[in-house]
Design a protein around this ligand. Structure first.
Ligand SMILES: Nc1ncnc2c1ncn2[C@@H]1O[C@H](COP(=O)(O)OP(=O)(O)O)[C@@H](O)[C@H]1O
Ligand SMILES: [Mg+2]
Length: 361
């Protein structure tokens, strides 16, 4: 049960919202409604899609853009699909050639050739199957792909390929919104996109998940241990899976939690570094650090008084920084409480480590 890779079988997909998402995704695909699955990192977006593709016999082409997060640009020559489920032997000669190009078995001579190959292939598949899925995991990366126009391609599918449905995921909600909500200057994406938001588990779900797995594996545990793990790992499925795995390997609670927490902090450090590759200003680190030191969050005013004292930036820049941090999913803004806070405890710890490297204190 405690697998640190994406879940692929429905039996192992835990959590009410996760399971409901499967049903909603099914309805959407039947109606051919484009869908975006949004939520924090490691919450289970890829798992939902993998379970879905496993459960139903749809034909699909699956692009995983997650390895490119934090890159400033991606070339189409890196864009081989992670998974393809089509009857390749039944394709026309021309479509086979196109497939070779998009799989990068053949070297495309230019972005235009690559893009045309993808369009040709999709056209033929769209004509052949009643349902075809184009899945783009971590789709907020799309605008950074050089040499081809992914958003234009989605527009083309939306306008002309009636049997094809696009499913996207996004863990940087603000960035994907910018793609999904076309502005007047960028009218790219006309079709309605249904958004399914996947939250972290509730504490009850997190405890239920650990309990179930530990029981199955016959690992003795106490309620207090599980409560501590759930709190410390902030209800993140990916981190709880890691804790569970350590315990089924024979570690006691303390050690397993230490391992899982180190793992979580380490992963967040990598994510932070990727983020700072793009937003490479020290003021971002300072803003994160100021927030990471407050347990219950800070108001805009409190943040300003701390950050502007340390960094020579304008109040307007601070607004932009906060907006991008919220868009990235690392900072949560509760309008009701009027406060900003760091979304997860392991992230707050990772921020402290990174801030040290920047000499921020
Ligand atoms: N619903 C779930 N039930 C059980 N485990 C889950 C679930 N969602 C996520 N996980 C665990 O969390 C890890 C991260 O999930 P993943 O689907 O890769 O998240 P995301 O795509 O949102 O970053 C998975 O490898 C799996 O171990
Ligand atoms: Mg994923």
């Amino acid at each position: 049960m405690f697998e640190v890779r994406p879940v692929t079988s429905e039996r192992n997909l835990y959590g009410r919202e996760h399971r409901e998402a499967l049903g909603r995704l099914k309805e959407n695909v039947e109606e051919k409604t484009f869908t975006a699955i949004l939520g924090p990192r490691r919450v289970g977006k890829t798992s939902i899609i993998r379970v879905f593709l496993n459960k139903y016999p749809y034909r699909y082409i699956y692009y995983d853009l997650s390895p490119f997060m934090g890159r400033q640009g991606i070339s189409y020559t890196e864009l081989a699909p992670a998974m393809i489920n089509i009857e390749t032997e039944k394709l026309s000669y021309r479509a086979q050639l196109s497939l070779g190009l998009i799989r990068l078995d053949l070297k495309p001579e230019s972005g235009v050739q690559f893009q045309n190959a993808l369009i040709n292939l999709l056209r033929e598949l769209n004509g052949k199957y009643d349902d075809l899925l184009l899945v783009i995991d971590e789709a907020q990366v799309m605008p950074l792909i050089r040499g081809i126009n992914m958003l234009g391609l989605l527009q083309l599918i939306s306008n002309t390929m009636d049997n094809t449905t696009v499913i996207m995921t996004g863990s940087m909600p603000g960035l994907l919104e910018r793609i999904l909500n076309p502005s007047a200057s960028k009218p790219m994406f006309a079709r309605y996109v249904d958004r399914i938001f996947i939250p972290r588990w509730t504490s009850d779900e997190s405890i239920g998940y650990l309990k179930k797995g530990l029981r199955e594996a016959k690992v003795p545990h106490t309620r207090a241990e599980l409560e501590e793990a759930v709190e410390e790992l902030s209800n993140v499925p990916g981190f709880l899976a890691y804790y569970g795995k350590m315990r089924t390997r024979g570690m006691g609670h303390e050690e397993a939690l230490r391992e899982a927490s180190n793992y979580a902090v380490g992963i967040w450090e990598q994510d932070l570094e990727a983020f700072l590759n793009i937003y490479s200003t020290r003021a971002y680190v300072t803003a994160l650090w100021v927030l990471s030191r407050s347990r219950f969050g800070l108001t805009r005013k409190e943040i300003a008084s701390e950050v502007l004292r340390r960094e020579n930036i304008s109040d307007r820049s601070l607004s932009r920084i906060l907006k991008n941090l919220v868009s990235s999913g690392m900072v949560e803004h509760s309008r009701k409480r009027g406060k900003y806070r760091i979304a997860e405890i392991p992230l707050a710890k990772a921020i402290e480590n990174i801030a040290l490297r920047y000499g921020i204190r």
